[in-house]
Structure formats: structure tokens, C-alpha cells
Design a protein around this ligand. Structure first.
Ligand SMILES: Cc1cc2nc3c(=O)[nH]c(=O)nc-3n(C[C@H](O)[C@H](O)[C@H](O)COP(=O)(O)OP(=O)(O)OC[C@H]3O[C@@H](n4cnc5c(N)ncnc54)[C@H](O)[C@@H]3O)c2cc1C
Length: 385
């Protein structure tokens, strides 16, 4: 079989594309599937790549466990402390209240990426019709003769070559690894500052080395990137106060622009868009990859079902109907997750007095109304079913 002629072509070898390929082949090893991947062939060449800490939900862990793709380097969250800098309102969420082993897990992007590549390599050995094609990152377009095209090209806000619906929050995220004196193990901190959310999350490097995600205006974020380590730690301590402990060291600082970009239609004829290629979210609620993995899992069920069927050749109408049914089944989860994240990004970046007051009340209500807290946490952990 020519590598360019296949039933399914997945374009994009990021976490979502890799997971989708793995799930399709796990369910239907004979699938005539081609993955177009712009990343280097060797994992060693990715080791210095994207090191941001990603919060994966327990729901995502259950999905990745099905293909044995859970990274070893992972830190569990047992408690989340939410507060507002200099204002009233705070909430504490614990794993005991929700009766869960963990509220979430923090893993570096590159560890998720590399683990999924290793998983797919293992599955590849049992998949006679699977082609993993590495293409040069300068190659603009590869012409494919695929009966169904899955777009998983992902991308970051403002770096994508398509813009449809969404919002520019005028924010950047500065991420890095920060060392804290005597940090409380397994505790995540989310603090809403005048400029946006500031999160300090556990890491697998040890109890005192934490992942930092500090959202602010693009100008002040750039300034923070340029600060000396000493000045940076000083301004971080001013924003956070003393509750978390003393910040001692910072390393690996990087900037990302933040915004919302999403497609209203995620299918067209024989094409379908998943993961960040379908929606790019603000990280305030840590939902982007979680949602993308749910996209990939559901699509894999639909496509494996279709192509493993008894018909020798599926018609283009059958393919379109399958993609349409996929889009319908993703509607509720996508709408809720995109809407909730957009709402949180706007509310938690506003400085208008009534909103600040409402935010304090909401955090207080969250603390005292356990059913609301549980419902919100469940949505974050498992998405809408
Ligand atoms: C600061 C920050 C913090 C975040 N925190 C969280 C979090 O806590 N929790 C969470 O769930 N999400 C989080 N996210 C979102 C998460 O990173 C994304 O949702 C996730 O990476 C999307 O995966 P993807 O595979 O769809 O896209 P990507 O990760 O962008 O991967 C796409 C891949 O496709 C390749 N590609 C591009 N074009 C082509 C092409 N034409 N042909 C072939 N290959 C191509 C690219 O090289 C890339 O490897 C965060 C994002 C940011 C910026």
C-alpha cells in the first residue's frame, strides 16, 4: 500500500493525534491508517521540548490507562486551595470530599508526548497497515489520498493558521519551575490576582519543586520574563503572600499567549477536527488536553466501528454520517467545557468591583455549598457525558 493512500489519515503527531491513532489501532489493528507527524523521529530530540506542566484529570487517566499510556513522571493533587489576592473569598477542595484518589495529576507536556509515542510504537508492531510518516517541519502540505482526514495539527493561540470564533483575553502565561521552602505535599494553589490567575502546582521533581503558571498582561509577563531570578521571586512572593511558604528558586521560565479559538463546525465532508485543531482554550481551568483526549477517544470508537464493519468499502455517505454522528455526540461536552473555561477566564481576569465582589461570594459559596463544589469538580474531572 502506498503511504499516501489509506482509509484514515491523521495529521498531527501531538498528544491528541497519537492517542487517537493508538485507540483506533487498539480497537481495529487492521485499520489502514497513516499518521503524518512533523516531530523528530527520535524521542531524545524532544527531551528539551515543551516543558509546561499540564493538569490531567482523573477521567483522562482512565482513558490513557486503556492503552497503557500513563507517564511514570507524574504528581498527584490531593487538595486545591483557591483564593483572591488582597480580597475576601477562598475555597479548599479535597480528594476526601469527592471520594477520589486524586483531584488531578500534573505531568509535563513532553512526558505525555513521549509516553504516547512509545505506546503507539508498541501498538505499531501489531498493526500491519499502519504507516507513521515523519515529515519535514518545513513541508507546507502533503497530498493524501485518504477516505477520511482527521485534523490534529493542534497549535497555540495566535500561532494557528486559522481563526474562527473566540476571544483574545489580552493575556500571556509565564510558566516555570519554582522551589518553595516546606511546601505542603500534593497541594495545588490557584490565586486570582489583579492581572489574572496564578497557579502553583505539584511536580514529580519532589514536594518542594512546583510548576508555576502566572497569567498576566503580555507587557508585564514579558517584563517578568526579563527580571533577574531574585527580583522575579520577590514579585511572586508579593502576589502570593506567605501562605504557601518562601519562594527560593525559579528556573525554566517560558511565555505563552492565551486566548480562545474554536471551530463552530468540527466536520466537513470527509474531514474532522479534534484537540487544539478544533478548540484552543485558556488554561485557567486546565481543560484543553483533557477535552482533546475525550475528542480522540470518541472519534476512535466511531472510526474503528465504521472501518472494521462487514462492508468491503464504506461509501462516502457512510463516512460523512459517521463524522456527523461524532460531531453530535461531542456537542454537549465541547459547549460546556468551552463555555465554562471562557466564563472563568473572563470573570477571573476582571477588576471591575462588582465582579470582584461576586467572585469572592462565589468562592465562599463554593466552600459552603458542597453539592455545587462536587458538581463543578466532576465536570472538570470527567467532562459532560
Ligand atoms: C500555558 C499552557 C498551559 C496549559 N495547561 C493545560 C492543563 O493544565 N490541562 C490541559 O488539559 N491542557 C492544558 N493546556 C492545553 C494543552 O497544552 C493543549 O490542549 C494540548 O497540547 C493539545 O494537544 P494537541 O495534540 O491537540 O495539539 P499540540 O499539542 O499543539 O500538538 C499538535 C502537533 O501537530 C503537529 N503539526 C502541526 N501541523 C502539522 C501538520 N500540518 N502536519 C503534521 N503535523 C502537524 C505539531 O508539530 C504538534 O506536534 C495548556 C496550554 C498552555 C499554553
Amino acid at each position: 500500500m502506498s503511504s499516501k493512500a489509506c482509509d484514515i489519515s491523521i495529521q498531527g503527531g501531538g498528544p491528541v493525534g497519537l492517542a487517537c491513532a493508538s485507540w483506533i489501532l487498539q480497537k481495529f489493528p487492521e485499520a489502514k491508517l497513516t499518521l503524518l507527524d512533523r516531530n523528530p523521529i527520535k524521542d531524545e530530540d524532544l527531551v528539551n521540548a515543551d516543558s509546561r506542566g499540564i493538569a490531567l484529570s482523573h477521567g483522562s487517566k482512565l482513558l490513557l490507562d486503556t492503552i497503557d499510556a500513563w507517564p511514570a513522571d507524574c504528581a498527584d493533587i490531593h487538595r486545591v486551595h483557591v483564593s483572591q489576592a488582597g480580597r475576601f473569598g477562598r475555597a479548599l477542595m479535597t480528594r476526601e470530599e469527592l471520594n477520589q484518589e486524586a483531584l488531578g495529576h500534573i505531568i509535563r507536556y513532553r512526558d505525555i508526548h513521549i509516553t504516547l509515542r512509545q505506546t503507539l510504537r508498541n501498538i505499531q508492531a501489531k498493526s500491519p497497515n499502519f504507516v507513521w510518516e515523519h515529515i519535514d517541519s518545513n513541508t507546507e502540505h502533503v497530498s493524501m489520498n485518504a477516505r477520511c482526514v482527521v485534523h490534529a495539527e493542534g497549535g497555540l493561540f495566535k500561532k494557528q493558521d486559522w481563526v474562527e470564533s473566540g476571544r483574545d483575553y489580552g493575556q500571556s502565561a509565564l510558566v516555570g519551575l519554582v522551589e518553595v521552602e516546606n511546601a505542603i505535599p500534593h497541594q495545588a494553589w490557584e490565586r486570582f490576582t489583579a492581572e489574572g490567575p496564578l497557579a502553583v502546582l505539584p511536580s514529580h521533581y519532589g514536594d518542594n519543586i512546583l510548576n508555576l503558571v502566572w497569567c498576566g498582561s503580555p507587557e508585564s509577563s514579558k517584563e517578568r520574563l526579563r527580571l533577574s531570578d531574585q527580583d522575579f521571586l520577590h514579585s511572586l512572593q508579593l502576589e502570593f503572600g506567605s501562605r504557601i511558604g518562601r519562594f527560593l528558586r525559579i528556573r525554566d521560565r517560558r511565555l505563552y499567549e492565551l486566548g480562545l479559538n474554536y471551530r463552530k463546525q468540527i466536520t466537513k465532508d470527509n474531514e474532522v477536527w479534534i484537540g487544539n485543531a478544533a478548540q484552543t482554550l485558556h488554561p485557567v481551568a486546565g481543560q484543553g488536553l483533557n477535552l482533546g483526549l475525550r475528542d480522540a477517544f470518541l472519534l476512535s470508537e466511531k472510526l474503528a466501528g465504521l472501518f472494521s464493519g462487514s462492508a468491503s468499502e464504506q461509501t462516502s455517505v457512510e463516512i460523512q454520517n459517521t463524522l456527523e454522528s461524532y460531531a453530535q455526540s461531542r456537542k454537549a461536552d465541547r459547549t460546556t467545557t468551552i463555555g465554562l473555561t471562557d466564563f472563568m477566564a473572563r470573570v477571573f481576569t476582571s477588576n471591575l468591583a462588582p465582579i470582584v465582589m461576586a467572585r469572592g461570594l462565589a468562592l465562599t459559596a463554593l466552600q459552603w455549598l458542597p453539592p455545587v463544589k462536587t458538581a463543578l469538580a466532576r465536570q472538570m474531572m470527567f467532562g459532560r457525558r
